[in-house]
Design a protein around this ligand. Structure first.
Ligand SMILES: Nc1ncnc2c1ncn2[C@@H]1O[C@H](COP(=O)(O)OP(=O)(O)OP(=O)(O)O)[C@@H](O)[C@H]1O
Length: 240
């Protein structure tokens, strides 16, 4: 086991009938870093997230979150995991505070503590002034930031985000990406699933997933030099 890893995926496969969505996927998300999981539609990103979050049962290989094996000690593993799914996860009729405290309760956090934590995580995502507003009153970008706050309320060590900027305008996209990057300075390790090459910086960790297989992983500049588009097209045979 890698001592510094926030997340380790070791030879994980998954099929939907005859469709092999993941084929012997192995990857490591180092502690405290920003790692991009890059793949076009259908690469297998959401399937991988569904296995890491136990939405699907993982029948092959191993998944370890902060060293906790997901099958052997699921409670300990999931306690270290925060997730922002592709589809919206907040109740639009409830306030931001209500959404956050409800999620905190699912993690066994007492109400008073949950309110304090809600204020903390909303400050982290720059949304303090909207705490008592209904989610329906938020913009798309603010709503995404509230979802990130929700994912952080139980103080996970690793945050997974599945195409978190889809549907956002340029400014909101940049804000969500920047605040997520800032979280790594606060001890959170990030796995950022995307198909948008512009969201990836030369110093980021990079995993290229294509048709259920990992084609490359490491530091982006080591894999791609200064030309991520070219490297991605070369590795995937022109999939971008
Ligand atoms: N519930 C399902 N039933 C059958 N096939 C599925 C199911 N979910 C995903 N697949 C298939 O598994 C493969 C991987 O899909 P997945 O959604 O994980 O990719 P993705 O990289 O997240 O793409 P996207 O960004 O479009 O969601 C695709 O071939 C997809 O059609």
């Amino acid at each position: 086991m890698t001592v510094t890893a926030a997340l380790e995926i070791d030879r994980v496969s998954h099929s939907f009938g005859r469709v092999q969505a993941l084929d012997q996927v192995s990857l490591v998300v180092p502690r405290g870093g920003f790692t991009a999981l890059l793949g076009v539609n259908g690469a297998g990103k959401t399937t991988l997230f569904s296995l890491i979050t136990r939405l699907y049962d993982n029948r092959s290989g191993h998944i370890r979150v902060a060293g906790h094996d997901l099958r052997q000690t699921p409670g300990a593993a999931l306690a270290q995991l925060g997730v922002v799914f592709q589809s919206r996860a907040l109740d639009a009729d409830l306030t931001v505070a209500q959404n956050l405290t409800y999620h905190a309760a699912l993690h066994g956090i007492p109400r008073q503590q949950a309110l304090i934590r809600a204020a903390e995580v909303l400050a982290q995502v720059g949304l303090s002034e909207r705490i008592h507003d209904p989610v329906s009153a938020l913009s798309g970008g603010q709503s995404r930031r509230a979802e990130i706050a929700r994912a952080l309320i139980h103080r996970p060590r690793i945050l997974l985000l599945d195409e978190a900027t889809v549907g956002l305008d340029v400014k909101s996209r940049a804000e969500v990406l920047a605040l997520t990057r800032d979280l790594t300075g606060q001890g959170v390790s990030v796995l950022w699933a995307t198909h948008i090459l512009d969201e990836i910086a030369p110093g980021d960790g990079l995993v290229i997933l294509h048709r259920g297989r990992v084609l490359a992983q490491g530091v982006t500049r080591d894999i791609a030099g200064g030309d991520l588009t070219g490297a991605f097209l070369r590795l995937t045979g022109g999939a971008a």
